[in-house]
Ligand binder design. Structure first.
Ligand SMILES: Nc1ncnc2c1ncn2[C@@H]1O[C@H](COP(=O)(O)OP(=O)(O)O)[C@@H](O)[C@H]1O
Ligand SMILES: O=P(O)(O)OC[C@H]1O[C@](O)(COP(=O)(O)O)[C@@H](O)[C@@H]1O
Ligand SMILES: [Mg+2]
Length: 319
């Protein structure tokens, strides 16, 4: 293994830059030439490579986003697109590729491995929705951003005695909603992993009101429904003054937390070490605090699980 490349793909996540830095610096430390691929799989197909030196990743550890840019590429999903990417990798003489991204990106990386090209994945998505790892880079920062926003909304909700529905990100997963809801003391948390009963939620809001709790915070994961749908139902069934806030892409930006920087640094270095050891077709992950790796197919086969004990605890603490 002499030359490796790294790219970021799918939705960006705070900590991706820290992971790029770790891949580049660990690669150079191990005597490798390291290339960055710009614009994810799009750049792989068009040969948008740049050689990275130690200074190229200076001053990025603390920055959100990704200096390599990210993309979602429909063309790369085709066999033709994948052949084109392999041809570009051959032309530059790249021996191994590190893909920082989410579940979709690893399906793509798996296709390259199936053609014999060594690829290693690093889980980078705010959604924390990847099986084979307890943690994905960016989740902690996104949750902290959401909690900070909800705390601020609570101030005004309380002053105006309003009910607030807050829609957070999570395409198919409720992790951000669960953690943000728990940590910001939401009265109800609505996630795709648990059946929600609208009447139960309404009863909880009404019971709170009867006890003198005149504002309520409901957190809903975007994967369940729109916050406005819940807001309209609440207003209709309670008559309480209700507002809806959609946190949106705000959750994807910002300086990564210390935890995200730590995970990015460890996973980035581990990915390079695995390539050097001759591993391919695996995703780096963390289980019970230990760095591990899982074949892409296994990570894709299993469904990511959420800790439902947190859901039940949150319900019991927000009565
Ligand atoms: N089945 C697939 N085969 C090949 N490439 C894929 C496949 N699924 C996704 N990809 C590639 O990975 C990119 C990122 O996937 P996406 O699901 O958008 O984000 P994420 O990786 O964050 O989950 C897609 O735009 C596409 O180029
Ligand atoms: O940036 P886009 O294309 O609007 O995508 C939004 C989606 O991306 C995410 O922010 C992150 O998801 P991925 O990491 O799978 O790309 C989801 O929470 C959200 O549903
Ligand atoms: Mg995804």
């Amino acid at each position: 293994m002499n030359k490796i490349a790294v790219l970021t793909s799918g939705g960006d996540a705070p900590g991706m830059n820290a992971a790029i830095r770790a891949v580049v610096r660990r690669g150079i430390f191990k005597g490798l030439d390291v290339y960055g691929v710009k614009n994810g799989y799009d750049g792989l197909m068009t040969g948008n490579f740049i050689q990275m030196d130690l200074g190229s990743v200076g001053d990025i550890l603390h920055r959100g986003g990704t200096i390599l840019y990210s993309a979602r590429s429909e063309r790369f999903k085709t066999a033709d697109g994948q052949q084109q990417a392999l041809a570009q990798l051959m032309e530059v003489g790249i021996d191994g590729l590190v893909v920082i991204g989410g579940d979709g990106s690893f399906k793509g990386a798996g296709k390259l491995t199936a053609q014999g090209f060594p690829t290693i994945g690093i889980p980078g998505t705010i959604d924390n929705d990847i099986a084979g790892t307890d943690y994905t880079i960016g989740f902690d920062t996104a949750v902290n951003t959401a909690v900070e926003a909800i705390d601020k909304i609570r101030d005004t909700a309380s002053s105006h005695e309003r009910t607030y529905v807050i829609e957070v990100m999570g395409r198919d997963a409720g992790d951000i909603a669960l953690w943000a809801g728990m940590c910001a003391g939401a009265e109800s948390i609505i996630i795709p992993e648990a059946n929600y009963e609208i009447n139960d939620m309404i009863d909880r809001i009404k019971q709170g009101h009867e006890r003198g709790k005149l504002h309520s915070i409901i957190v809903v994961a975007e994967g369940v429904c729109k916050g406005t749908d819940i807001g309209n139902m609440i207003e209709e069934k309670t008559g309480f003054d209700t507002r809806v806030a959609v946190l949106g892409h705000f959750q994807r930006g910002g300086s990564p937390t210390a935890y995200d920087r730590m995970m990015s640094s460890q996973m980035g270095a581990k990915a390079v070490d695995l390539l050097v050891e001759g591993k391919k077709g695996v995703m780096v992950g963390v289980k019970n605090g230990q760095l591990i790796y899982t074949p892409f197919e296994e990570a894709a086969k299993d469904r990511h699980t959420i800790d439902m004990s947190i859901y039940h605890l949150a319900r019991s603490l927000s009565i």
